[in-house]
Design a protein around this ligand. Structure first.
Ligand code: ATP
Length: 345
């Protein structure tokens, strides 16, 4: 990690560097799944770039916009009144063409024609894999900002969108719990997370779920049934289990079907929260981390860095090479499961 590598560079030195004009024009794009807070990051990149005298292009629809030359020169007002909006004003996409050498060649030619010398990519690990390959093939400096609701990346404590997504999930699950409690029903609530269980973990703990099933942990369904039956005998009100969509047992419907066959007295319902977890106005935390990351991403390009993901670890800026950021994921320690077990007795 290149933690705090830039600290010795002060603003006076920055302006000296700017006089030699290492980089004049940059582009910014959003790629992969959308996440609330991406607009705040775009705003930070555009305004920081302009304030240092750079030209800044917004690229539409992720890597597709590079390939199809769908870009627009951004001004300060282009990013006015967007910090509070979910989604992304630049749109996002998954680009099959960018996976090919021909696609990336077209992207490079379009960038060259406009004089764009560096890119800020706001997206997940797939987007950074693409940026890493592109940068090494065509020598275009790329800096990544982690924008994904899953919080599944190493090198940062938070990814843009995660905080908003868990708060959306918590507020929905609280409502479900009210009705579950009124009818004495057990709800199996499915939240997003194909490969990572952080949304389930945080929202499950925050709503007092009896159990939380996530891809990182083997699901022992017979132990779960035993645990629920014991609680049933003790007449403990059991209203809620939170399941990540990528749980090895196959999501909420499969879990509910198995439980229904074993628990005769309890009525079991399923609720799949789905895409509401991606939308909505970003939380304060997501706006703040997006603003900090956007600012530092542009600084990285100005200082001549490339192929780094900007992150925040222990509230300090942290810079991780793409190779490391895409290979490693944040692990979930066993302590979390001890906590859940103790709190749901
Ligand atoms: P999310 O976490 O929301 O899924 P992501 O950035 O991981 O976001 P992906 O669909 O994995 O989303 O990747 C986004 C885009 O990055 C892909 O559609 C593709 O254009 C590009 N990309 C991913 N992997 C590669 C690769 N190996 N080579 C070139 N481009 C890639």
């Amino acid at each position: 990690m290149l933690k705090n590598k830039k600290k010795y560079l002060n603003f006076a030195l920055l302006f000296e560097i700017m006089k030699t004009k290492l980089i004049k024009t940059i582009g910014v794009l959003t790629s992969g799944g959308d996440a609330p807070g991406m607009n705040a990051a775009i705003r930070a990149v555009v305004r920081t770039g302009l304030s240092f005298g750079l030209e800044v292009y917004g690229v539409y629809r992720g890597y597709n916009g590079l390939i199809e030359n769908d870009m627009i020169k951004m001004e300060s007002k282009s990013v006015g009144n967007i910090i509070q909006r979910g989604g992304t004003i630049l749109k996002t996409a998954r680009s099959k063409e960018f996976m090919t050498k021909e696609g990336r060649q077209s992207a490079y030619e379009n960038l060259k024609a406009r004089g764009i010398e560096g890119l800020v990519i706001i997206g997940g690990d797939g987007s950074f894999k693409g940026a890493n390959i592109f940068s090494s093939e065509f020598n275009i400096p790329c800096i990544g900002i982690p924008g994904t609701i899953d919080k599944d990346m190493a090198g940062t404590d938070f990814t843009i969108g995660f905080d908003t997504a868990i708060n959306t999930a918590v507020s929905a699950i609280d409502k479900i719990r009210d009705t579950a409690d009124a009818h004495n029903r057990l709800f199996i609530v499915e939240v997003m997370g194909r490969d990572a269980g952080y949304i389930a973990l945080y929202s499950g703990i925050a709503t007092g779920a009896e159990n939380i099933l996530i891809p990182e942990n083997k699901t022992n369904i017979s132990r779960l049934i035993q645990d629920l039956s014991n609680k049933e005998k003790r007449q403990k009100a059991v209203n809620l289990i939170v399941v990540a969509e990528g749980d090895e047992y196959g999501g909420a419907n499969n879990v509910a079907e198995t439980l229904r066959a074993s628990m005769l007295t309890t009525e079991i319902k399923v609720c799949i929260l789905g895409h509401i977890q991606r939308g909505g106005s970003p939380s304060c935390l997501d706006r703040i981390i997006a603003s900090r990351m956007g600012f530092h991403a542009v600084e990285c390009l100005i200082f001549g860095f490339s192929n780094l993901m900007v992150g925040i670890v222990n509230n300090e800026m942290c810079f991780t090479p793409f190779e490391k950021a895409v290979k490693e994921t944040q692990t979930i320690s066993r302590d979390w499961f001890k906590l859940i077990k103790r709190l749901t007795r």
